[in-house]
Design a protein around this ligand. Sequence first.
Ligand SMILES: Cc1ncc(COP(=O)(O)O)c(C=O)c1O
Ligand SMILES: N[C@@H](CCOP(=O)(O)O)C(=O)O
Length: 470
Amino acid sequence: MRYVSTRGEAPVLSFSDALLAGLARDGGLYLPEAWPTLSRDEIAALAGKPYAAVAKAVIGPFVADALPPRALDLMIDDAYAGFRHPAVAPLTQIGANRFILELFHGPTLAFKDVAMQLLARLMDHVLASRGNRATIVGATSGDTGSAAIEAFRRSDAVDVFILYPHGRVSEVQRRQMTTVNSPSVHAIAVEGTFDDCQNLVKAMFNHHAFRDSLALAGVNSINWARIVAQVVYYFYAATALGAPHREVSFVVPTGNFGDILAGWVAKKMGLPIRDLTIATNVNDILVRTLDTGRYEVKGVLPSTSPSMDIQISSNFERLLFEALDRDSAALRQLMDSLAQSGSFSVPRGALAAICADFSAARADEPETAATIAKLYQSTGYLCDPHTAVGLAVADKVEHAAKVPQVVLSTAHPAKFPDAVEAATGHRPALPPHMADLLTRRESVSVLPNDLAAIETFIRARARIARGAAA
Ligand SMILES: Cc1ncc(COP(=O)(O)O)c(C=O)c1O
Ligand SMILES: N[C@@H](CCOP(=O)(O)O)C(=O)O
């Protein structure tokens, strides 16, 4: 399988090269040259299989010619062995035909662990086989950063620099990033929003001299391997609920558009998904885009679901590329307009294609709090505010009653205890492995939203730049 850039001006790469490249050199995002499919029988055979077995079947075609199958299998087994729930991603029924897919049983209590645990093993494997090192730079609104730090902190092959928006993540999220106490891990609080952090990371990748001298690698969903690992749980959940003999719908709390894009990829691979619903908080650029055809960035509003306080929804570029029938020149025009004016209009045909596959709705702050409270009062189930956005939106969208509707639960409620306690009066406790998190010593560098300042900071600390332990 080969990988092409959405912008059409970067080299076509193998899986391993795309894995290490992160952002394409033309500023675009990699995706496969063609979509592999699973037959109805192959999908049916996944029902009831352990999570790791489903992962091997789904991820295998994307890496086929890049890694020996046995190596991939071992990495997948190892990645999911440490999850706190034996099912890795269990389904909980909360209504007649409504289910919550719990994706927060990994080490840092958010869905990011599902992909990041595998990504770290894949990267270590490829770097070791080449005798290389890398410098990871990532942007986070709270969860990608903690998941990446946890997954990579014991790796000798990488240094990790994570940029997060100063004062805009929960205390638990911040402490997960700032209390690691490892010389190869650096938490950087940027005076700005998540969008600023993501723009800085992309700017570092687009600064080729800097990128090459530090061997930059990306762990955000700009990295294709992140998306492909997230495709797995759509197959896992849907086959548990009757696919391929029955269609299933998904509602996905959305910010950077990676998670729901993975659902769309599952559909391209043959999984019978009826509806894919984008659920946003008040940062509703995607809802506005589907409603009006105009993708228009506005200021980021802080919310109780801070991980989705995002306006520039990076992976929407991959969907647009597909909706434009892979016309890179047309895509580049839209991205140029975004860079210059903060907006673009989605061409009519592309918008129709997108709306055929996706619906979208937003939940505001009172709706989110009311949803957490209502679910707790009626069932005793505590959900986090991001999951609550999904649940609130699930109530708003038209839904075929015979089709199971799965709402992705993207974080553990204990990551956002203030919002959960305000809504229910109950403060969720951290699991035992994190019980002392709030008393650990923090180490963080606060830096301005300034590319030169961030690059100077990273260059001074990255072992590759210092020529150390190469
Ligand atoms: C808890 C949580 N829920 C939902 C999302 C949205 O996911 P995506 O950015 O893939 O759309 C994020 C961040 O990405 C998150 O951390
Ligand atoms: N919500 C995310 C934002 C970054 O998303 P990614 O999927 O592109 O890594 C976070 O928690 O950091």
